[in-house]
Design a protein around this ligand. Structure first.
Ligand SMILES: NC(=O)c1ccc[n+]([C@@H]2O[C@H](COP(=O)([O-])OP(=O)(O)OC[C@H]3O[C@@H](n4cnc5c(N)ncnc54)[C@H](OP(=O)(O)O)[C@@H]3O)[C@@H](O)[C@H]2O)c1
Length: 211
């Protein structure tokens, strides 16, 4: 497939890009600084320097893609609109170019359905009031924009991301969080996203994943 990956220089984006190339996909990696893309050159890898916040800037990179994947997110936990603004721009660019399939990384912090008691009533309310306040609000605004779009979207909701190796034994759930889903490796998240690229059962759905 022809994939366009935004946020390709991030820790998850690098996993996505490497695994997609290994799986035989053609990848367009959209970056703001090519020097940050820690992926070896590859004949099926096209690197495009563009501003993800500007629909006109990324439109050529999403045009013709079978799927667009965004792992753009704020670096840090301060006030941010990075997810909402990037999602807004990506949707405009995709709708203009007629590209329909979008896979977006959000987070399990936004939702409670399916959550275990300890996380739902103790950990998450505190996190939402304190250190994840801004990121959670940004994720929720981004998700709202995606749900209001006409795209064939899938929103992924991982808990804390780790840099561990892929296990291939991650758990998933649709439209609810996973009990005791404390973390997942970025490598497993990337593998899950790529495995569900073409899965119609995940269109207009939220996919939770955890190790
Ligand atoms: N970290 C966690 O535990 C966790 C948990 C749940 C969900 N998530 C979400 O999962 C996704 C991936 O997380 P990660 O930790 O792998 O990401 P990351 O390493 O922090 O990478 C973030 C990516 O977003 C890009 N980005 C940030 N601000 C930008 C801006 N203003 N303009 C353009 N690009 C910008 C970065 O580009 P540069 O390389 O150019 O900075 C980078 O490619 C994010 O959406 C995050 O919110 C994270």
């Amino acid at each position: 497939m022809k994939l366009t990956i935004l946020g390709a220089t991030g820790a998850t984006g690098i996993c996505l890009t490497g695994q997609a190339l290994a799986a035989g996909h053609h990848v367009t990696a959209v970056v703001r600084d090519p020097a940050r893309l820690a992926v070896p050159a590859h004949q099926r890898l096209r690197i495009v320097t563009a501003d993800v916040m500007d629909p006109a800037s990324i439109a050529p990179a999403v045009a013709g893609a079978d799927a667009v994947i965004s792992a753009v997110g704020p670096r840090g936990t301060g006030p941010t609109t990075v997810i909402q603004d990037s999602v807004h721009s990506i949707i405009l660019a995709m709708e203009k170019s007629g590209t329909s399939r979008l896979l977006e990384v959000s987070g399990s912090i936004v939702a409670d359905e399916g959550e275990s008691f300890y996380l739902r009533y103790l950990i998450k309310p505190v996190a939402r009031r304190t250190f994840l306040r801004h990121v959670c609000a940004d994720m929720r605004r981004g998700e709202d924009e995606i749900r209001e779009s006409n795209l064939e979207w899938t929103i992924f909701r991982p808990p804390a991301l780790t840099g561990k190796s892929a296990t291939g034994t991650y758990r998933t759930a649709i439209d609810r969080n996973l009990p005791h889903g404390f973390n997942v490796s970025r490598a497993d998240l990337a593998a899950c996203m790529l495995a569900l690229l073409n899965d119609p059962a995940t269109v207009h759905r939220h996919v939770s994943i955890a190790n």
